[in-house]
Design a protein around this ligand. Structure first.
Ligand code: G6P
Length: 372
């Protein structure tokens, strides 16, 4: 009903507007004196000490959050991480055992593919931790440990605020595991925690300053038949998420690629007028990757692509080679994922809305897929 949407035109619009709160609520009560303090994990240090690897399993948007989590866990906790789609994990005789921590990610906690993979992991003796948005759901009940995301109920089929909450929880978890395993000093953790604490205000800034412009831009692009997304490092899963969201709700052909793969194939798709979103790493935090992605933009721009750069405020290198620049505030290399996704969520929603589609109930999709 209109009342449930709180004045918004759709649940999706309401839920995107709640992305700052989803992050803030997932952080709330879990940071003390610059350290990570996740009460649910008290007394469970053994889950993180005795392991030699981590496998993340999920489906859909949650799997892209998992891919971002890989960067955070390897960077900070120094544990090797594989990310697997739940349905691919379970039917191939994966190599796991008591030295493996299997982290499942699920908004609903009821996705059958993910549940089956968690049960399978337990049978093989792996340790299991669930990142879930729904209190008391089946997947957390089947797991040794739980870290809840506190995004609040998500109604729109396409996941938005739960995605940023999942990335937030994975960042906290990575810093927690890094602390338990002695991989980061208290100062290093405090520095990352400080970045995370500023994310809600920075997302709010994107919503306040950029949303109308992005929606207008999406409106102009309503007749587009194909959109490509490129990204590198955490920008890669964000590119995949941007493409998934566009497919899901606007029914446009959309594909995400790792920017480094461009010359190994996708550049063949570039023809004059082809819209390409590029998530650009921070020139200050990741100068090497920034220059590599700027070269990618140069290559596709020279071939006539219509480049839409998602770039940090003040990044002037992208200006002469981009048709549009969507600005995001400065932050750390890993937390950039939490900002870069916001313009992509707004764009997908804006484009589907411009096409007159029901963004909350896209055709053929279910919010939670409880069959295999
Ligand atoms: C369905 C939804 C997606 C969601 C996926 C995983 O396919 O349409 O939006 O990302 O399930 O759902 P979960 O509840 O496990 O996060």
């Amino acid at each position: 009903s209109a009342a449930e949407k709180g004045g918004w035109s759709s649940f999706m619009a309401k839920e995107v507007s709640e992305e700052p709160e989803a992050v803030a609520n997932t952080l709330r009560g879990r940071i003390r004196d610059g350290a990570v303090a996740i009460t649910e994990l008290d007394g469970l240090d053994d889950l993180f000490r005795g392991i030699s690897r981590i496998v993340i399993i999920a489906a859909g948007t949650a799997a892209y959050a998992g891919m971002v989590g890989k960067y955070a866990l390897e960077e900070w906790a120094r544990v090797p991480v594989d990310v697997d789609l739940a349905h691919e994990f379970h039917y191939r005789n994966p190599v796991i055992g008591p030295d493996t921590l299997v982290i499942s990610i699920s908004q609903s906690g009821e996705t059958m593919d993910t549940l089956m993979a968690v049960k399978y992991a337990r049978e093989r003796g792996a340790k299991t931790l669930s990142i879930c948005n729904t209190q008391g759901a089946t997947i957390p009940r089947e797991s040794d440990a739980i870290v809840y995301t506190h995004a609040g109920p998500e109604v729109a089929v396409a996941s938005t605020k739960a995605f940023v909450a999942q990335i937030t929880a994975l960042n906290l978890l990575a810093l927690h595991i890094a602390t338990v395993r002695g991989e980061l000093s208290a100062d290093q953790v405090a520095e990352q925690v400080a970045e995370l604490e500023q994310i809600p205000a920075k997302i709010q800034h994107i919503l306040d300053d950029e949303q109308p412009h992005i929606e207008q831009f999406a409106h102009w692009m309503a007749d587009t038949r194909s959109v490509l997304f490129l990204g590198r490092h955490v920008g890669y899963p964000i590119a995949l998420e941007g493409a998934l969201k566009l497919k899901e709700i606007s029914y446009i052909h959309a594909e995400g690629f790792a920017a480094g793969e461009l010359k190994h194939g996708p550049i063949a798709l570039i023809e004059p007028g082809q819209p390409v979103f590029v998530v650009v790493p921070s020139p200050r935090e990741s100068p090497v990757l920034h220059s590599k992605v700027v070269s990618n933009i140069r290559e596709i721009h020279a071939r006539g692509a219509r480049v839409i750069a998602v770039a940090e405020e003040g990044d002037a290198a992208v200006l002469p080679i981009s048709d549009e620049v969507l600005r995001i505030p400065l932050t750390g290399a890993i937390t950039q994922s939490l900002l870069a996704v916001v313009p992509l969520h707004i764009f997908a929603m804006g484009l589907a809305t411009a096409k007159g589609l029901d963004v909350d109930q896209p055709r053929n999709l279910a919010k939670s897929v409880t069959v295999e």
